[in-house]
Design a protein. Structure first.
Lengths: 257, 327
């Protein structure tokens, strides 16, 4: 019971630390607000006209995809932060304290959930301004928002593992983007997979990211859901289980390099 | 195991990273309330020893107890009784000094108000009151180290580990940090300190273990170790034509031992440092011996290493067999 209370209090104390950092270095906000907004504008106004999305306006097709992508990348602050803590010796200090160890990870990830909420508000506002409209009822929209936060949470664990594994903060950034960027683009997020070459289409169709985007489209636009919503939830839990275990395992062995 | 008298004890600690043998069987005994210096060059295994004793890594072999708790079996209890400060100055640059200390207090589960009160107290003790609300990224190197040391003291741990606390600091900051450490020791804290500097170990430690290539190669009080190496000495370069014998005769009264001369460089082991240069210059002048240069040399880690191992403290030097052969 006491240890559960410690886990909760250590997590909140460290989440507060992460959020303070964003307040102190507001340029970090550029990464997860301005950048996704630029993408929205770029795709809607520059590429959008050239992309056929049968049955849907391109802006409606795009927004669920681009919001899922921004949720996925929201966790990069965790990778960066953990890599910096490792480099600066803070991980050594934390590990020498009688605290609940995984709080170093859960604290950051809790802070990510907070920043993901901000990001979501910004993205939906911009989306509505450029013409995006929900086509479903409140329960579906609420479920869609919940799923987005779950996706963000799951990928924060991926970034936690990257941050603890990369050799430097710069490398953690590079890993995160070079691995996850292609994964998010070879999917249904920006263009219908049917338009891709034969060899690439199956990759896009089986990409878990496609499942997540299609689930959001179903929840926000009422497109046929199939198994996508449950599939997306299952993928999230699988990612959390695997990367959660890997990250905690890395953390327990992490020392300043 | 009676934890009362022995604060830290290690038996045959071994740790390898692949082919690199960081520790090759290290024994340590640190009585409570004393300062123990682990002296050695870069790569000697000092940091590895500290990391094992602070539960950051597990030894491959051997055992260790800190405050009576086993480093492998009882890490949680052990961590409540130690503080760690190190060469990395592990403080968060994006928090203020106060926030850093409050954070550490919270993670020791001291509670919000006690954490804040303790943070204020430590900032005062370490002369950081004026910088309390400033972000640490604006701090100087010396201020960061002091804050790092303060962070290690938040929970008033009876045992403190300091991994190269002054490496990279200027002399003024080093002295300020030494004074802070001495004040702590005055309050009965047991300290295990690693350092590359003989003067630091000399000033702070009751006992010193010299570590090289993962092994303790000598142990004793600073006096005992310096006795092996010799104390301060004068080094005098005689001018051309200056008589060696006259110089040796003139300096014999201030020399602890017979002055030695080699290639025109005269080495005089000093009885006392005070006024030594002026005294020597006057005596040589009276004897009519001209000199080009005169300086006081203090024994350094290099001297200890040359004496104990026959090789210099720099890790590269071990690759030079003729260095060992010449001694």
């Amino acid at each position: 019971m006491k240890s559960l209370a410690y886990a909760a209090s250590d997590t909140t104390v460290l989440a507060k630390r992460s959020l303070l950092r964003i307040r102190r270095q507001p340029d970090l906000l550029v990464g997860f607000t301005i950048q996704p907004v630029m993408f929205v504008l770029l795709f809607v106004y520059v590429f959008g006209g050239a992309i056929e999305t049968p049955g849907l306006d391109y802006v409606d097709f795009l927004m669920p995809g681009i919001i899922v992508q921004s949720m996925v990348f929201g966790g990069f602050v965790t990778a960066l932060g953990l890599a910096e803590d490792l480099k600066k010796g803070l991980i050594d200090r934390f590990r020498s304290l009688p605290m609940w160890g995984p709080a170093v990870l859960t604290g950051r990830i809790l802070a990510d959930v907070g920043t993901n909420v901000i990001q979501l508000v910004v993205m939906l506002t911009v989306g509505i301004l450029v013409g995006f409209r929900f086509a479903t009822g409140i329960p579906e929209i609420v479920a869609g928002v919940a799923l987005l936060l779950l996706i963000g949470y799951a990928f924060s664990w991926v970034f936690a593992f990257i941050g603890l594994t990369a050799s430097s903060p710069e490398a953690s950034n590079a890993y995160g983007f070079t691995i996850l960027f292609p994964v998010t683009f070879v999917s249904s997020a920006f263009v219908p997979p049917e338009t891709m070459p034969d060899w690439l289409r199956p990759v896009a169709e089986h990409n878990p990211f496609t499942t997540m985007v299609d689930a959001e489209r179903a929840l926000f636009l009422g497109t046929p859901a199939g198994n996508d919503v449950w599939g997306a939830v299952a993928w999230c839990f699988a990612i959390i289980a695997v990367f959660g275990a890997l990250s905690v395992w890395r953390y327990r062995r992490a020392v300043t390099r | 195991m009676a934890g009362g008298d022995v604060a830290i004890e290690a038996r045959s600690l071994r740790k390898s990273y692949g082919d690199v043998h960081a520790l090759r069987g290290v024994d340590l005994d640190v009585p409570s309330g004393t300062v123990f210096g682990l002296l050695g060059p870069n790569g000697a295994g000092k940091t590895t020893a500290v990391r094992i004793l602070t539960t950051l890594i597990e030894p491959d072999d051997g055992s260790a107890r800190v405050a009576g708790f086993d480093v492998v079996g009882e890490p949680a209890q052990l961590r409540e009784r130690i503080g760690l400060a190190g060469q990395y100055a592990a403080v968060d640059e994006n928090l203020s000094g106060f926030e850093n200390l409050e954070l550490v207090g919270r993670l020791y589960h001291l509670g919000r108000q006690p954490s804040r009160a303790r943070a204020r107290e430590l900032l005062h003790d370490f002369g950081l009151e004026d910088a309390a609300e400033r972000l640490v990224r604006t701090y100087s190197g010396g201020m960061r180290r002091r804050l790092d040391l303060a962070a290690a003291l938040v929970a008033r741990p009876p045992i403190l580990f300091l991994d190269e606390p002054t490496t990279g600091l200027d002399l003024r900051s080093r002295i300020a940090l030494w004074e802070a450490i001495e004040a702590l020791v005055g309050q009965g804290t047991t300290v295990l300190l690693t350092t590359q500097y003989l003067d630091e170990a000399d000033r702070l430690a009751d006992r010193i273990a010299v570590i090289d290539h993962g092994m303790v190669i000598a142990e004793g009080s600073p006096e005992e170790l310096k006795g092996q190496v010799g104390g301060e000495r004068l080094e005098i370069r005689l001018a051309d034509g200056g008589s060696r014998d006259l110089a040796i005769g003139a300096l014999r009264p201030i020399s602890e031992d017979e002055p030695a001369c080699e290639n025109g460089l005269l080495r005089v082991p000093l009885l006392t440092m005070r006024g030594a240069i002026a005294d020597a210059v006057r005596r040589l002048d009276e004897a009519g011996v001209g000199i080009d240069d005169i300086a006081v040399r203090r024994p350094t880690l290099d001297d200890v290493f040359l004496k104990l191992t026959g090789h210099a403290a720099e890790p590269e030097a071990e690759e030079e067999p003729e260095e060992a052969a010449r001694r």
